[in-house]
Design a binder for this molecule. Structure first.
Ligand code: HEC
Ligand code: HEC
Ligand code: HEC
Ligand code: HEC
Ligand code: HEC
Ligand code: HEC
Length: 512
């Protein structure tokens, strides 16, 4: 230092004394802030990397809050120095606008080298940091866990879905900068609503500005993929004393196909997505009531279907905002599936966590699940009390001989409630219809109800064998429908099955 100071004039001396310049309150505060923030970043990043289940808050602290403080600190240091320099120069009375740099001066040289290498290092670190921040705001934790009460239903359902390992953003944002910015802007609005507690409950669905399926689902599943037919087994239990098991095996004709690969186009995907362009409009927000459907086939022939009862007027058709059918119109719950309690209890019994030998357990289980509760805690208590009481009052012997299996069934019913009912957000299976199939909701029958006809008399088919074939049906221990019978035998005779709507009786709650 002393060597460097020798040959310089007083002005330069005051500048090369830059180490002293830093000794001003603003810069010192800045330095302290930066040092603390930096230490925190190192520590938090270590935790984030090493912990097997880091809390989502770690990410927000490590990649967003601490770096912001670091930047503020680092801006304060030179600002304080500039201010200090001005002040000193004013005192001397000779104010050159910029410091004179002399790289022949070893002290200045090392200062410049130090500053330059610091700038390079800091830019590198902050580049990594902003990439981490970008990754973090796209992570499942950020979307699903950070605002836990708001997204809790979606996040819980997601974790039990086939897409539990697909990131939220792969369906909700997709790739590309413009959708990233769009989603973060709408996200910022949501954070604001959340802070004020004014968010809607439940969060409205369908998502109006969901990115088109071509840019999300079709990045992983492509429409022409040939799925063939899929054998699915549906197991239900009656609401009688024996909880009579009823098993249906359906061959669902998913199909698809690309003729150039030597596969005949066939099945649900082929007709709906590839060979035909289908457009429709709905009269309700949730797209459940569809009075008008427009179909254009590969040759360009157009057919328009409208409901026979209560058809829409031409003016309504012209005015309505129409939607081109895509994956989401059938697969609207690929990830957030709020299973109807009827089905949850059936699955509990099939999975042996609810004991099928307990009389009326199916009926009682659905009943306690669907009662009206203000909070999840209230439900947990009521489920235990009511099931216990039912067996103590009606089957005192079983209540004592099968105490353990009653307890186990209660635990499972409580779990079902916790993972499919969200009173705080007003979410349950009724608020979020699933459009695949037609059993608990109208689903395919929104159009395939036999009531949508064209001017020349064509009907959107409700033929029971157009989408699937019954392979087998077991009631109790007996096969009631089997190939070659190929028809579904309803447990209660309803006459012509094409004249009924399943969900009129099968509400997914109390009832058949
Ligand atoms: C496999 C794709 C997929 C994944 C993964 C996914 N979602 Fe969704 N999400 C959807 C679809 C499809 C809808 C409903 C679309 C419709 O009906 O308009 C939806 C709807 C929503 C809704 C609106 C309310 C509702 O239930 O309809 C919220 C909130 C939501 N998702 C949050 C999330 C969060 C948080 C994650 C990650 C934890 C996530 N989503 C992961 C596809 C996905
Ligand atoms: C990041 C890739 C990815 C994206 C995006 C994606 N999926 Fe999937 N999807 C998968 C994988 C992987 C599976 C298989 C999961 C398994 O069987 O464990 C799957 C399975 C499915 C299944 C079969 C479910 C079942 O019950 O077995 C359907 C239906 C489906 N996806 C529809 C969709 C729809 C609709 C979207 C858009 C909203 C979508 N997927 C977006 C990767 C993706
Ligand atoms: C007309 C309604 C409809 C449309 C539109 C539709 N699907 Fe499907 N898809 C089905 C049905 C029905 C099944 C049979 C599975 C079931 O019943 O759960 C199915 C099955 C699937 C499966 C699982 C196949 C298997 O064998 O496991 C995937 C994946 C899938 N669809 C993806 C898509 C994608 C991606 C799109 C959009 C390009 C799409 N679907 C459009 C009705 C539809
Ligand atoms: C928005 C209305 C709409 C919905 C919802 C809908 N479809 Fe369709 N579907 C149509 C139309 C229109 C046609 C073509 C009818 C024709 O051939 O003129 C069609 C044709 C089909 C065909 C070919 C039928 C045949 O006889 O060739 C299958 C299979 C099919 N749909 C399955 C499904 C399944 C499965 C669902 C539910 C997951 C579903 N559709 C939901 C409108 C709909
Ligand atoms: C437009 C296509 C379509 C038509 C028409 C149709 N189904 Fe289905 N059906 C489906 C699909 C898709 C599923 C599978 C849903 C799923 O994967 O959960 C299904 C499921 C079922 C199931 C099993 C339900 C369960 O969850 O246990 C039965 C039973 C059934 N259909 C009977 C019928 C009968 C009876 C008819 C005639 C009135 C009929 N279907 C007409 C598409 C159709
Ligand atoms: C008029 C009312 C009514 C209609 C409409 C109706 N069902 Fe049912 N369904 C019943 C009754 C009652 C039972 C017997 C319930 C029991 O024993 O617990 C039943 C039982 C069933 C079962 C056995 C599963 C169970 O939970 O016990 C299946 C599967 C079924 N129906 C499918 C269908 C399908 C598919 C349709 C539409 C094509 C349909 N039902 C329409 C009244 C109806």
């Amino acid at each position: 230092m002393s060597e460097g100071s020798q040959g310089v004039n007083p002005q330069d001396a005051s500048l090369s004394g830059s180490r002293k310049l830093i000794r001003n309150p603003i810069s010192l505060i800045g330095l302290a802030l930066a040092a603390v923030a930096f230490a925190n970043i190192v520590l938090l990043v270590l935790i984030d990397v090493l912990a097997s289940h880091p809390s989502p808050y770690i990410g927000i602290l490590a990649y967003m809050v601490a770096p912001a403080i670091l930047v503020v600190g680092l801006v304060l240091v030179p600002s304080g120095m500039l201010y200090e320099r001005r002040r000193r120069l004013h005192a001397v009375g000779v104010p050159p606008h910029f410091p004179r740099l002399d790289l022949n001066n070893p002290a200045q040289r090392s200062t410049v080298a130090f500053v330059l290498s610091f700038v390079v290092m800091f830019s590198l670190i902050s580049a990594v940091g902003s990439y981490q921040a970008y990754e973090f705001t796209d992570s499942v934790q950020f979307c699903g866990q950070l605002c836990h009460t708001v997204m809790y239903p979606e996040f819980t359902a997601y974790q039990a879905s086939p897409h539990a390992r697909v990131a939220c953003v792969d369906c909700h944002v997709g790739s590309g900068a413009s959708w990233y910015v769009k989603s973060k802007l709408s996200g910022a609005r949501q954070v604001y609503y959340t802070a004020l507690g004014t968010y809607p409950r439940p969060i409205p669905t369908p998502v109006q500005n969901l990115r088109p399926a071509q840019q999300t689902c079709e990045q992983c599943h492509w429409p022409k993929k040939f799925w063939g037919a899929q054998l699915k087994t549906f197991t239900h239990f009656g609401s009688d004393e024996q909880n009579t098991p009823r098993v249906i095996r359906l061959l669902i004709k998913t199909g698809g196909g690309d003729p150039s690969l030597g596969q005949a186009g066939e099945g649900i995907h082929w007709h709906m997505n590839i060979a035909n362009k289908i457009t429709y409009f709905a009269t309700d927000e949730q797209r459940q009531v569809i009075p008008w459907v427009h179909m254009e086939d590969a040759q360009g022939h157009v057919t328009e279907y409208a409901t026979k009862d209560n058809p829409p007027t031409q003016e309504q058709i012209d005015k309505a905002s129409k939607r081109r059918m895509d994956c989401i119109d059938c697969h609207n719950r690929p990830s957030h599936i709020y299973t109807p309690p009827d089905l949850s209890v059936d699955r509990g019994i099939t999975g042996l966590s609810i004991d099928a030998t307990l009389p009326f357990i199916k009926q009682q289980g659905v009943q306690v699940l669907t009662a009206d509760y203000k909070t999840s805690d209230e439900a947990q208590k009521a489920i235990a009390e009511n099931i216990d009481k039912f067996y103590r009052d009606k089957y005192p012997q079983i209540a004592s001989s099968k105490a353990d299996s009653i307890k186990g069934s209660i635990v499972e019913l409580q779990r079902i409630y916790r993972t499919t009912f969200f009173p705080y957000m007003k979410v349950n299976w009724k608020t979020h219809p699933n459009n695949i199939g037609h059993f608990y909701y109208q689903g395919c029958f929104r159009c395939h109800d036999g009531n949508h006809v064209s001017k020349d008399g064509k009907v959107i088919s409700k033929d029971c064998n157009s989408c699937h074939t019954v392979i087998d049906q077991v009631e109790g221990g007996t096969h009631v429908a089997q190939i070659p019978a190929q028809t579904f035998k309803h447990p209660v005779d309803l006459g012509d099955m094409t004249a009924v709507n399943c969900s009129d009786c099968h509400s997914g709650g109390v009832g058949p």
